[in-house]
Each structure stands twice: as structure tokens, then as C-alpha cells.
Write a protein that binds this ligand. Structure first.
Ligand SMILES: Nc1ncnc2c1ncn2[C@@H]1O[C@H](COP(=O)(O)OP(=O)(O)O)[C@@H](O)[C@H]1O
Ligand SMILES: [Mg+2]
Length: 243
């Protein structure tokens, strides 16, 4: 939990800091696209047609309300259509191959973020194969730490078999309720186990972060001074400075 919120608001904060940023929505729920006010109409191409080799990233890409932020949208049609993916050549490499085929397009962007679906299907595998780093949001609740171990071994499996350069950029604690001792406990445990991987910034539980997608805006454009905006802006600085 917290993937799409982090993808949207981190990408937007880095774009607002002046970098050109590309956000690729790989989830058939299209939450990242909708959260930035972009809806793919029936019959229009999405990232899925790019994966099929039927459209280019450049032709599918959209602008959104955030200057410097370009979006490759997902479409709800993808859910059914993704049964086709297993039958394609180089089925794990479709997104990576598209980014490489369109080097000139991709080279315009200083950062490319990919918002992953919740399950480990081919859309997620394509995302992990195309990426060189993974940012993992960790919800500040007890069971999140168990899920984290599972996810890290999945990432290691993808690295060993398909993408030797893949590494974890960092773990970001999110939905933190600082008033509960459980939150503090999860933070302490995370920092003890992963002292170098855990970002210094913790994203608080903030209602504005949950409201922003219904306005089709990142939180920074809905309420630039709320705690959620501050946290994602600071996280952006931390991500940029870690290189
Ligand atoms: N820091 C936060 N504070 C309050 N609500 C949040 C926060 N982060 C995420 N949410 C909400 O929690 C839900 C799940 O978050 P989301 O980012 O969509 O997770 P995922 O993409 O991993 O499924 C969404 O309704 C979102 O608005
Ligand atoms: Mg999501």
C-alpha cells in the first residue's frame, strides 16, 4: 500500500523541482493515470498497446496538470487483455524493449517512474525488468514487515534471472500515525534491519494525500503546505541527492 500515492507525488515533486519526469502506469486499475486527471477513452491506446508493440511510447504519452511531468497512461481494458502477454516473444522484456527502441523519447526525461500493480504478474515483472532501482513504500503497520521480506526475495529472483542491474533504492515508511506506539515500533524495526536502505523521510498519514486523486492532482497542487506535500517534497530531495 502506498505505491501509487508515492509514484504520483514523488514524480510530481521531482517535476516541480525542475526535472523532466516520465511516469509509466503499469496497473490496469489506472489509479496513477486517473489520479493525474488522465482517462484513456475506449479505443484509445494505453501502455498496453505499447507492450503489444502496436503503439509507441511517444504516441501514447500525455501531458498532465503538472508541468514537466509526462504520463504513459494505463487503461482498465488492460485487465482482460493482459491474458495475451504470456504468448508474446520476450514477454518479460516488453517495457524495457520499448524504452530502448525509443531511446530519444526516453532520453528527454531525467527520471522515469513506473507504478506497479499489486500482484506479481507479468505487468509487475515487466516493470522490474525495465527498472534499475525499486522504491518500496512500507506501510507502518505490523504485517507490512512480513510482506517486505517476501517482496525483497521476489526482487532478488527477478535480479538473478532477468535484470542483473536491479537494486533497491530505498524503503519509504508511509501512512505513519506518529501518535501510535505501533508506528514508532515499525519505524524502529525497519531502521534496525535496513539502516542504509530506509529513507530518512517518513510520510505521515494525511487525509489530503487520499483526497488529491479525486481532483486529478498531486497533493502539492491541491494543498502545497499540508504535511503530505512537505513529506513528498522532502522525499524527492532525498531521492535526487541519493542519485
Ligand atoms: N500517507 C497517506 N495518508 C493517507 N492516505 C493514504 C496515504 N498513502 C496512501 N493513502 C491512501 O491509501 C489507499 C492506498 O494507497 P495507494 O497509494 O493507492 O496504494 P497502492 O498503489 O500500493 O495500492 C489510497 O486510498 C490512498 O489514497
Ligand atoms: Mg496502486
Amino acid at each position: 500500500m502506498g505505491k501509487t500515492t508515492t509514484a504520483i507525488n514523488l514524480a510530481a515533486s521531482i517535476a516541480q523541482a525542475g526535472e523532466r519526469v516520465l511516469l509509466v502506469d503499469m496497473d490496469a486499475q489506472a489509479n496513477a493515470s486517473h489520479g493525474l486527471g488522465v482517462r484513456v477513452q475506449p479505443g484509445q491506446p494505453s501502455v498496453f498497446e505499447v507492450l503489444l508493440g502496436e503503439a509507441t511510447l511517444a504516441s501514447v504519452g500525455r501531458t498532465c496538470p503538472v508541468p514537466n511531468l509526462h504520463l504513459i497512461p494505463a487503461s482498465p481494458d488492460m485487465a482482460g487483455a493482459s491474458v495475451m502477454l504470456p504468448f508474446l516473444d520476450r514477454r518479460e522484456f516488453r517495457l524495457k524493449d520499448a524504452l530502448e527502441r525509443e531511446k530519444d523519447f526516453a532520453a528527454q526525461f531525467g527520471f522515469v517512474f513506473i507504478d506497479c500493480p499489486p500482484s506479481l504478474g507479468l505487468l509487475t515483472v515487466n516493470s522490474l525488468v525495465a527498472a534499475d532501482r525499486v522504491i518500496i513504500p512500507v506501510q507502518s503497520e505490523y504485517y507490512a514487515l512480513e510482506g517486505l521480506a517476501q517482496l525483497m526475495s521476489t526482487i532478488a529472483a527477478v535480479r538473478d534471472r532477468l535484470n542483473p542491474g536491479l537494486r533497491i533504492a530505498g524503503l519509504v515508511l508511509t501512512m505513519m500515525n506518529a501518535r501510535t506506539s505501533l508506528g514508532k515500533q515499525v519505524e524502529q524495526e525497519l531502521r534496525t534491519h535496513f539502516p542504509h536502505l530506509t529513507y530518512r523521510i517518513v510520510v505521515p498519514r494525511n487525509i489530503r494525500l487520499a483526497e488529491a486523486p479525486s481532483h486529478g492532482l498531486p497533493v502539492s497542487m491541491l494543498d502545497p503546505t499540508c504535511p503530505g506535500s512537505d513529506a513528498y517534497f522532502d522525499l524527492a530531495l532525498e531521492v535526487i541527492s541519493n542519485g
